[in-house]
Design a protein around this ligand. Structure first.
Ligand code: SF4
Length: 334
């Protein structure tokens, strides 16, 4: 029996028109260039890639903050356009990287966590304090924190407040955008364990956006690797960490990953630097950094090949994947 995915994106594109200099004409930047994703209820999809690969634009589209240029998005089988902003905010909530800037320093913790209930008129105001204290308790925050201010809490506690604020409306899906990268290494594991506990307790589905594969390995049930706006590999979590099939995924795993925010993935194993997305390389966009690149790679973009283990977008796989699994329905790549 097949179940409807809780979240499904099909052939999403998001193109921005950008100017590189004051007198230069605008040019298209394809931040997301044909991304398809699907996740079952209760799963954790790890979306990984370097800074600039388009993963945060995907997150903004999933949250309804950025309209796709084309493609479709559905929550529980219902197209996003039919859901409406308020309903979407109840069902999909974000947790951002930086708990310092995402919490209003002039508001008490109680009012920060109550705000979504107030804005979306959830339940009776008389019940709000109890709801907020319940979620604070689940997130490991003491009752006395209710009347405290963000400046009185540690970085880890502030991220717990951000998590409590995201969960107080009991969403189905949580988009976690680098949820631990602004935290001390010693606190990161605590926050990840908290996210896992909350997932089980509340039946949540997570989309975990991260450049840190150690974090993804710990909690993701499925991994999608993005490069220059495309998904280049997709696999079940354990299978992916046992064996990566795309050369970019192999290079990512071979790199020494940094847990520090904004540093991305070091280039040690990847040769030249991440290309300018306005001027993407011809053919396979990974070819300038790929140790396996051939003349075909320089001229022709590979099509996604899907098999029982997932998806790989690389010419090395076009002959190994059974013809029946070839995924040519995405047409000609731009
Ligand atoms: Fe490397 Fe070619 Fe595969 Fe691209 S298509 S990842 S350049 S082998």
């Amino acid at each position: 029996m097949t179940t409807t995915p809780i979240l499904e994106a099909r052939d999403l594109h998001c193109t921005f028109q950008v100017r590189q200099g004051m007198f230069q004409p605008k040019r298209p930047l394809r931040a997301v260039n044909g991304v398809s994703l699907s996740i079952e209820r209760g799963g954790v999809l790890g979306l990984v890639g370097e800074s600039g690969c388009g993963k945060s634009t995907v997150a903004r589209m999933l949250l309804g903050l950025q309209a796709p240029t084309s493609g479709t998005l559905a929550i529980g089988g219902q197209p996003l356009e039919e859901i409406g902003r308020r309903e979407l905010a109840k069902r999909v909530q974000p947790i951002f990287q930086d708990p310092y800037s995402s919490l209003n320093p002039r508001k008490s913790i109680g009012s920060i966590i109550t705000l979504p209930l107030y804005v979306h008129k959830i339940g009776a105001p008389a019940d709000w304090r109890r709801k907020v204290e319940d979620i604070m308790d689940l997130c490991g925050l003491p009752k006395r924190a209710y009347d405290m201010y963000p400046s009185q809490l540690s970085g880890g506690q502030r991220q717990r407040v951000a998590i409590a604020r995201a969960l107080v409306m009991r969403p189905e899906i949580v988009i976690c955008d680098e949820p631990t990268s602004a935290l001390d290494v010693s606190v990161q594991a605590q926050i990840l364990n908290l996210l896992l506990d909350l997932q089980k307790e509340l039946g949540l589905t997570y989309v975990l956006i991260s450049h840190n594969l150690a974090v993804v390995e710990l909690i993701a049930s499925k991994v999608s690797v993005m490069y220059l706006g495309r998904i280049v590999e997709e696999a079940e979590g354990q299978a992916f960490f046992r064996q990566q099939r795309h050369p970019y995924s192999q290079a990512l795993l071979a790199s020494v990953l940094t847990p520090e925010a904004g540093l991305g993935v070091p280039d040690a194993q990847l040769g030249s630097a991440f290309p300018n997305p306005i001027d993407p390389p011809s053919g396979c966009t990974f070819h300038p950094r790929c140790v396996h690149a051939t003349e075909l790679c320089r001229t022709t973009a590979p099509l996604p090949a899907r098999d029982a283990d997932g998806l790989v977008e690389c010419h090395l796989f076009k002959d190994t994947v059974p013809a029946g699994y070839r995924d040519h329905d995405q047409g000609v790549r731009l």
